[in-house]
Write a new protein. Sequence first.
Length: 80
Amino acid sequence: MEEVVTEAFNQVNTKIHHSDIDDTLSGCSAVIMLIIQRDFYIANTGGSRAILATWADDRLRYEPLSFDQTPFRQVLEEKM
């Protein structure tokens, strides 16, 4: 699944880059989620973030489903 999603993100980037859209100062940000029965596949690129929010015990709870894509990501992952 990782290869499929990576290829899809790369294809979209290439198609936009070769289109009439001026992307010289553009950024890229996307979050996708694919649900197949009980399996969830979540991917992100750029600064987008996916979270799951639920109510439990009269409180809003959240769980990150993705990690921000930043130059400091490797450092953050090493601390987790």
